[in-house]
Write a protein that binds this ligand. Structure first.
Ligand code: NAD
Ligand code: AKB
Length: 314
């Protein structure tokens, strides 16, 4: 692959994944784009940036021609909590934006498209513990509905147009560089910042809400590994289950208190509790392990040590 376009590069994942791709493929070969121009300076300073709305099909096609793009990492999306406040916006960006990307990719014969799915593709009637790869996909959020639809759409394009569309069902991603963009797992980032900066945090989920999570270095590693994987091995291309560890807010507090013993927590569950309650406790990712050798490096305590050290340096 010669030139890769990133959409939604300014978000929590894009702000790190785009730079990781630039390290591998070269700064000028990875074109960053976002609707917003308020992206981190590292992205603007290290390579090309285009202000691009994924709903603007003409500019999307022009950008692909101008930079001779042959791979796309499509990250532009509306996440679960913002999506429940504005489901029509979530449908428009997540579905119409993705259809635009797939259609332009089809017309321009793009070699590969990677678009993330989410644990939000599962719903309350999915088996909650060690949720299998192939299972009931019946979400109760608009965000989840869009994730199921784009997995199926990716399968359709792969089958009918012989394309190479890949995706992973990310768990909640925890990081310290860029704040998350309005999801249900955002508490797991805010808790670390408030633990370091204020010594206390009010959590919007109940203390016993178990959710699958992943630390950003593992999220980057998984995405790069899937992007580079041998296509002939991929039997579940558009929506791989991906797991690192599962955790409740209470367990996260206990992990933080090993480093910051005085850290105080309080709980005030809000509308996001219902979303979290519809998602699995834990994920079985054996297909990702078998088909592209996925294996995480970080468990909860290893992540806690690293993220607190990084936030203290800020
Ligand atoms: P984010 O909300 O942090 O960033 C999304 C980016 O998309 C933002 O920079 C925003 O400006 C941009 N955007 C929104 N509308 C756009 C449009 N019309 N055109 C172009 N850009 C637009 O999201 P993220 O956390 O970086 O997520 C990236 C992908 O990973 C998404 O598909 C998301 O569903 C998926 N995912 C994320 C997580 C997580 O915990 N962060 C978990 C599961 C799946
Ligand atoms: C969200 O909470 O919406 C995201 C996700 C798990 O997809 N972090």
């Amino acid at each position: 692959m010669k030139k890769i376009l990133f959409t939604g590069c300014g978000g929590q994942i894009g702000s790190e994944l785009t730079l990781a791709f630039r390290k591998i493929y070269g700064n000028d070969n990875v074109i960053a784009s976002d609707l917003s121009t308020k992206v981190c300076p590292d992205l603007l300073n290290s390579g090309p940036f285009v202000q691009l709305d994924v709903l603007d099909t003409r500019l999307l096609a022009e950008t692909i021609d101008k930079y001779e793009i042959d791979g796309i990492v499509h990250l532009a999306a509306i996440l679960s909590a913002v999506g429940e406040k504005n489901p029509q916006l979530a449908w428009n960006v997540n579905i119409n934006g993705t259809v635009n990307v797939f259609e332009v990719a089809r017309a321009k014969k793009i070699k590969q498209v990677l678009v993330p799915s989410s644990i939000a593709a599962f719903g309350p009637d999915t088996p909650r513990v060690m949720t299998p790869q192939s299972t009931i996909l019946h979400p109760t959020t608009m965000y989840g509905v869009t994730k199921v639809a784009l997995e199926l759409l990716g399968d359709y394009y792969n089958l009918k147009y012989d394309m190479d569309i890949r995706g992973l069902r990310y768990p909640g991603v925890i990081s310290h560089k860029t704040q998350p963009g309005g999801g249900t797992t955002d508490y797991a980032v805010a808790i670390y910042f408030d633990a370091v900066k204020k010594g206390a945090y009010e959590c919007f989920l109940r203390e016993d809400t178990m959710l699958p999570m992943i630390y950003m270095p593992d999220c980057l590693k998984a995405t790069i590994e899937l992007f580079q994987a041998d296509k002939s091995r991929l039997q579940n291309a558009t929506g791989y289950n991906l797991a690192a560890f599962s955790v409740t807010p209470k367990e996260m507090v206990e992990s933080i208190q090993k480093v910051i013993p005085d850290f105080k927590i309080s709980y005030a569950p809000d509308y996001r509790q219902e979303i979290a309650d519809s998602w699995p406790d834990s994920i079985d990712d054996k297909e990702a392990r078998a088909e592209w050798d996925w294996k995480p490096d970080y468990d909860l305590d290893a992540m806690t040590l690293d993220i607190i050290k990084e936030i203290r340096l800020k």
